[in-house]
Design a protein around this ligand. Structure first.
Ligand SMILES: Cc1cc2nc3c(=O)[nH]c(=O)nc-3n(C[C@H](O)[C@H](O)[C@H](O)COP(=O)(O)O)c2cc1C
Length: 205
């Protein structure tokens, strides 16, 4: 059976996501719909449920235009309806008291102890966690947008220092990805994947 036969709605959704680089300019995503997309993205899993992602949402045309040189003139940042900068929280352990607010004191103390222990004992963990968990939300954001009939393209091609300066991003947050969302004006370039045997290691190396 080929991938095109008898696909479930979930499979269709996954396979219909492609990196679209040409968007219809001037399309507005209603705020309520955009919020639904962001809420769906935020249902992503995260380590200790710390929800390391933050969504910096750029919708004003003038602000999108400021992103153009930062994104090395990739036009999608101007023509897409919205550009979401997915950020990772480098101090996500500080969110733990709020996340575990309604837990029993015993569970809360145990979780906070575990989380703060991990964050203070492992150099590099905060950044790994921010990027790992933020990337899950970014993927989910692309699929949520697709489910609502929009297209996206994940982007790492931007000048990080310039982005941080332009949007006044605090040190606490690391930019993970730029994600334009909008209505496709032209279909994505077709891409293929490596054969499964090149991607899968079974049991162990
Ligand atoms: C982390 C990351 C960074 C990317 N950066 C860019 C980018 O800066 N510009 C761009 O046009 N595409 C970018 N892409 C899109 C990839 O080229 C695309 O995902 C890949 O070719 C597979 O195509 P598909 O997304 O249509 O399946 C990026 C993708 C990822 C995951």
């Amino acid at each position: 059976m080929s991938l095109t036969d008898n696909k479930s709605a979930g499979e269709e959704l996954l396979l219909s996501r492609h990196s679209v680089r040409k968007y219809e300019p001037g399309v507005t995503i209603p705020e309520a719909e955009l919020n639904e997309i962001l809420e769906l993205a935020a249902s992503a899993p995260s380590s200790w449920n710390l929800q390391h992602w933050r969504f910096l949402v750029v919708t004003e045309q003038a602000n999108k235009e400021k992103l153009l040189p930062i994104a090395y003139n990739q036009q999608q940042v101007v023509d897409a309806s919205v550009v979401v900068i997915v950020l990772g929280d480098l101090q996500a352990n500080e969110v733990a008291p709020k996340v575990y607010e309604s837990a029993t004191p015993q569970i809360r103390d145990m979780m906070l102890g575990q989380i703060n222990g991990a964050y203070s004992n492992n150099p590099g963990l905060a950044r790994d966690e921010a990027i790992r968990n933020g990337s899950l939300a970014a993927m989910q954001l692309m699929l949520a947008a697709r489910a609502k009939g929009y297209d996206t393209v994940p982007m790492g091609g931007y000048n990080q220092a310039a982005l941080i300066q332009e949007l006044n991003i605090p040190d606490r947050y690391v930019p993970i990805m730029m994600l334009p969302i909008g209505k496709a004006q032209a279909p994505a370039r077709a891409t293929e994947r490596l054969p499964l045997e090149d991607q899968v290691i079974r049991e162990r190396f």
